[in-house]
Design a protein around this ligand. Structure first.
Ligand SMILES: [Zn+2]
Length: 239
């Protein structure tokens, strides 16, 4: 069903609010298109408050339908703590907008599109935290950050024990998003060792995804926690 981007985010009216009636909280596990927009707006505020989406950095997307593929992507150049209902573009499988009467989508839209082509990806969240920015550079020589043994790893889809390790791959940063999208697509299609959960861009940020927006949001929280642990651990070892 097409997202009606003119719908108000909150279902409460001004008089509701003056009567102190609170909007019902989002059900992250069962979202219609209106909830998806509200969810992305909420994520923008949350991630800005956590320092993961400052300034106009970051971009987010959700798959709205599969056949044919369409996804909703944040518009380009907006402060993520100030997103409004109309600040999203509906994008086709080729990365083009479904019509011309939409804001321009993020410059990194094609990265969202190659991820959205995977049947198990329903939402993609890209953030620019301090720890992702620093560690993606410090560990670039290995092209990956190894994260092992933490209980919080169980927050990543498919992981059931702390006794495991995840290698978060790091790609060189570039302004050639088409070339980077092709590179990421090849790694996603690697039958033996496909990219899972997330990757980093050097001195830039994190891309993570999930079956739906709830899972992608959880993955950002888990990976940010784990990278902060790794970053702080390295700092402690220096003193
Ligand atoms: Zn970015």
């Amino acid at each position: 069903m097409a997202a009606d981007l003119t719908l108000p985010v909150s279902r409460t009216t001004r008089s509701d609010r003056t009567n102190a009636v609170q909007p019902s909280p989002l059900n992250w596990n069962r979202m219609d298109d209106e909830d998806v927009v509200a969810g992305l707006i909420q994520i923008g505020r949350e991630f800005h408050a956590r320092g993961w989406s400052l300034g106009t950095s970051s971009n987010y997307s959700v798959v709205l339908q599969r056949e044919p593929l369409e996804l909703l992507v944040t518009a380009s150049g907006l402060h993520k703590d100030q997103l409004q209902v109309g600040d999203f573009a509906r994008i086709r499988a080729d990365g083009k907008p479904i019509n011309d009467v939409q804001p321009k989508s993020s410059a990194e839209t094609m990265l969202h599109v190659v991820l959205a082509h995977r049947p198990d990806v329903g939402a993609v969240l890209h953030t620019h935290s301090v720890w992702c920015t620093l560690l993606s550079d410090v560990e670039f020589a290995q092209r990956a950050i190894r994260i092992a043994g933490y209980e919080m790893l169980k927050g990543l889809a498919g992981i059931t024990t702390h006794d495991t390790e995840v290698n978060l791959e790091i790609f060189e940063n570039t302004q050639d998003i088409a070339a980077l999208a092709q590179q990421v697509d090849q790694r996603l299609a690697d039958a033996e060792r496909p990219l899972q959960h997330a990757f980093l861009l050097r001195r830039h940020g994190l891309y993570t995804w999930g079956r739906d927006l709830a899972e992608a949001r959880r993955h950002v929280e888990i990976i940010e926690f784990l990278l902060e642990c790794e970053g702080r651990r390295r700092s402690l070892m220096l003193v």
